[in-house]
Design a protein around this ligand. Structure first.
Ligand code: MP5
Length: 515
């Protein structure tokens, strides 16, 4: 086994966030039908797009044929006129130019000729060609006469061709030449090398159809099936990718999906050897986690390694507060009679005085907890965010002191006051979460205060809120404090921290290969 040292420039140097744009030229597969996380369609364009989406790539399509098929077989094929296939390719190239092209079912000799001409005119140099000929369920998807055109017109333009063993044999079946026999892994390599002669830069022979025994020879019985080999060859390298044989009926579309995963990885700038290895690992897991739908050979799970957050970016707080388990308790907090009485100005002054003192004592510990968050943070960004909130708390406390002074209560008197049990319980709970859990848990424990006061301030301050008394309301200055820019900024900071923390959680999982 040797590794090629060829370093290719990244295919996509445009926007690292968008991981490459891939044009798929293939047939559509009606099977499955349902959309969703696990109910993935198995083959054709639909599978290709799901693989690309799962890799974070941008997929475009040129449809060559529509098929009526399910997990049991292909009932019918409707060919899209070759001219129209070309129009689709032209439209894509005129606008969002693809980094990589992947072809699947090309359906007819006419379409192959048209596609080959189009690729020639656009100087395509990253073509992943999956030479789809016969469906696993048996139907001929490309007339056998057209195999000649595939070989002559497209293989010379191909970067990586990805045949399974029967397809490789058909491509090599030339008049007067016997295709090689597969007895062991060396023969797979030989098959790949023979295909290289037809023009592609790389050949990936997919060995899934021919499982091997542990000793590297072809298995003769089901019991002997232990290993599968995919073999990648180029002019100066051979890479064998060994996998455990998986006894599964859910293997349909593995060919399409593997080639699409290779295309996705190439579009992100991976070297072909890495691109193929990663794609094989992805497919192995897609089979392992297949949902098992259908009567026949069922679909894969293309999204096995993706996890999704139940909210759009920047929408965590909306999501949280709308949840049925959060909404009632949140409503009770922000619409508490104490709050409403502040808005209307009817709150007894004695209550407000006591609240101010307790809130001052609370804020001392709230500042400590934020300082602890800074201590627990791992990046300067998060340390600074914690420090910023501490500074804000300090400003907020001067408002408490001003109010108290106007009531004749000094700072010394505030600090000498005994904490209420509710204040002790709440502040020490937050600090305990901070001490015993991680930074993110601490942020969540801190969130109700910051978010709640922001929400309360906004609701009471809102011009449309007729219950709020603005003139002659002792507490109105208090309300205004929580819509002031620095407070709103502190809330925004918290949301950013939470999103950042969520991303760090994602990063943590990403340390470990999930496929
Ligand atoms: C539209 C379309 N494209 C490709 C295949 C091959 O996939 P499989 O080998 O799983 O039948 C297919 N059956 N249908």
């Amino acid at each position: 086994m040797s590794m090629s040292n060829t370093q290719l420039p990244p295919a996509s140097s445009h926007n690292p966030e968008l991981r490459g744009r891939v044009l798929v030229v293939a047939g559509s597969d009606s099977s499955g039908g349902a959309d969703g996380l696990a109910k993935t369609q198995s083959r054709g364009l639909e599978a290709d797009q799901k693989v690309l989406a799962a890799h974070g790539c941008y997929a475009m399509t040129a449809t060559t044929a529509l098929t009526a098929q399910n997990t049991l077989g292909v009932d019918d094929i409707y060919h899209i006129p070759a001219d129209f296939v070309k129009e689709q390719i032209d439209a894509v190239f005129k606008d969002i130019k693809p980094d990589v092209i992947k072809t699947g079912m090309l359906a007819s000799a006419e379409t192959i000729a048209m596609v080959a001409r189009a690729f020639g005119s656009y100087d395509v140099n990253r073509l992943v060609l999956d030479p789809v000929m016969v469906a696993t369920t048996g139907k001929q998807l490309l007339p056998s006469e057209a195999v000649h055109d595939l070989r002559e017109l497209l293989l010379p333009q191909t970067f990586i061709v990805t045949p399974n063993i029967p397809e490789a044999m058909q491509l090599l079946t030339l008049p007067g030449k016997e295709p090689p026999e597969i007895r062991n892994v060396d023969d797979l390599e030989e098959l790949g090398r023979s295909l290289l002669q037809l023009g592609p830069e790389w050949v990936l022979v997919k060995g899934g159809h021919t499982p091997f025994k542990a000793d590297g020879t072809v298995a003769q019985t089901d019991e002997e099936k232990e290993l599968v080999y995919d073999v990648l060859v180029s002019a100066d390298s051979v890479t064998r990718i060994k996998g455990a044989y998986q006894k599964s009926k859910n293997t349909h579309g593995t060919g399409c999906s593997l080639a699409s995963a290779v295309a996705a990885n190439l579009s992100m700038g991976l070297h072909p050897i890495q691109a193929v290895k990663a794609a094989c690992a992805y497919i192995e897991a897609a089979i392992r986690f297949a949902p098992g739908y259908g009567e026949g050979n069922g679909p894969l799970n293309h999204f096995h390694s993706m996890y999704t957050l139940p909210f759009a970016p920047d929408r965590f707080v909306d999501y949280l507060l709308d949840r049925p388990d959060v909404a009632p308790v949140w409503h009770k907090f922000v619409n508490h009679p104490f709050v409403l009485a502040m808005g209307s100005g009817e709150l007894p002054q004695e209550s407000f005085k006591n609240y101010l003192i307790q809130d001052y004592l609370y804020l001392v510990h709230f500042a400590r907890a934020n300082a602890l968050a800074s201590y627990k943070a791992k990046s300067m960004e998060d340390i600074a965010a914690g420090a910023k909130i501490v500074t804000h708390i300090n400003t907020e406390m001067s408002l408490h002191l001003d109010y108290c002074a106007s009531f004749g209560i000094s700072k010394e008197q505030i600090e000498a006051t005994e904490e209420h049990q509710a204040c002790t319980a709440y502040t020490r709970y937050v600090l305990d979460v901070g001490m015993s859990s991680d930074w993110l848990a601490l942020q969540v424990a801190l969130a109700p205060c910051l978010l709640g006061y922001g929400a309360i301030g906004q609701a009471l301050h809102d011009e449309k809120n007729l219950a709020t008394k603005r003139e002659g309301n002792t507490y109105y200055k208090w309300i205004c404090n929580y819509v002031a820019e620095d407070y709103v900024e502190a809330v925004e900071e918290l949301v950013k921290i939470f999103i950042h923390g969520t991303k760090m959680e994602i990063g943590f999982w990403e340390m470990f290969p999930s496929a």
